[in-house]
Write a new protein. Sequence first.
Length: 441
Amino acid sequence: MDGLSVTAKDEGFVGQIHQGSGWYCFSTPRFKTITLHAFIINELTADEAAFGALLPHVLQRGTQKWPTYMQMEQTLEDMYGASFRADVGKIGDKQLISFHLEIVNGRYLPGHPDTLSLGLDFLQEVLDHPLVHDHAFHEAIVQQEKDLLKRRIQGLINDKGQYAVTRLIEAMADGRRFGLRKLGRVEDLERITPHTLYEYYRKVHQTHPIILFAVGDIDPVRIEQFMQHYQHEHPRHELQRIDPYTPHYHDRTLIERQDIRQGKINMGYYTGITLDNAHYPALMMYAGILGGFPHSKLFLNVRERASLAYYAYARLDAALGYMLIGAGIEFEDFDAAVKIIAQQLEAMKQGDISDQEWEFTLRAFDNDILSEEDNPSQIISRQLEHLLVGGGLMGEALKDALHQVTRDQVQEVAQHVRLDTVFFLTRDSDETATGTEATTP
């Protein structure tokens, strides 16, 4: 697939990405802060996911200029109470090593200090000058962060709802990269050493796509000039678009058994529509009416009227083009829940949508989109997703498009939604659900 080389001037952002290095700036007086998010973007692989998950947490523990975490914290405090965090994320088949900094805009401080320069200098120190000795990270720091990450990986099993969703996506992926976990595997984590982690850092720092997003009352030229530092003589890897999901299965059921108190049913559907598709606003209305909000069909019919679920929802993955339906149920209600969920999808196919469902869903999306405008991090997140998918509507343009959607368009979208996999997490002794026993990871 061809790499991206895009210049954007949409939804307030200006910027571009070329030869793996990019910047996007949303210059607005709406906020009294400056928000800077830097992302190093990896193609998810089983062998390196744990490296990518561990690296940002080690980098935020110290630099050459500030060799201790306390010194970094004091520096942030001296920067007018700036906040900073490093973490790992995931969109589709991409792992995101992220660095987030928020600082007060100097325009609103006595003496008008150049806080943008302070923030950019801090980011550059973290990205370019880690705490290293003899070509290796500090052993104690690496071990501490490995222990913390190991607990996070192992802790996923304790959140049964999220665990079941993760297992469903793994099953739908069927070995493809979008099914890999962003935190990696414990067995890979245990093999990481301070030296191999530093070698990994050097590789991603020099060759992987890097993008800086900035939101605030700032001059975009400053962001462009800063990112010139990361445009090396030898170009980085081109940023690749996310490969959309295609189904490998049709209407199969997987069962996993654990010692749990509540059954978790999760269902994955192919839609064939991603964020950059012209039919995406109609798909949003479809999913919203079906299960996006407390007034939606799944919530009212599965949870309220039939009393079959503790919760019920539908949500879209805009980057991959699938829909998930989830519900927490009593173990013996599996067949009844599957049946009534199927009835709600059939109602959508038949165009059985009330005026109240339509209007309430439009109003809920309006509120969601408007609330995004008050959150710089959400503005950045949607721009990043837009970039990785290769297009699509955002903000006010998306809001307007939703209001142009017709019932016929929603009904047409409904015809193409197809069940891929049902994943049911149930108790050890449950014999009411039938399907293929899932392989426990």
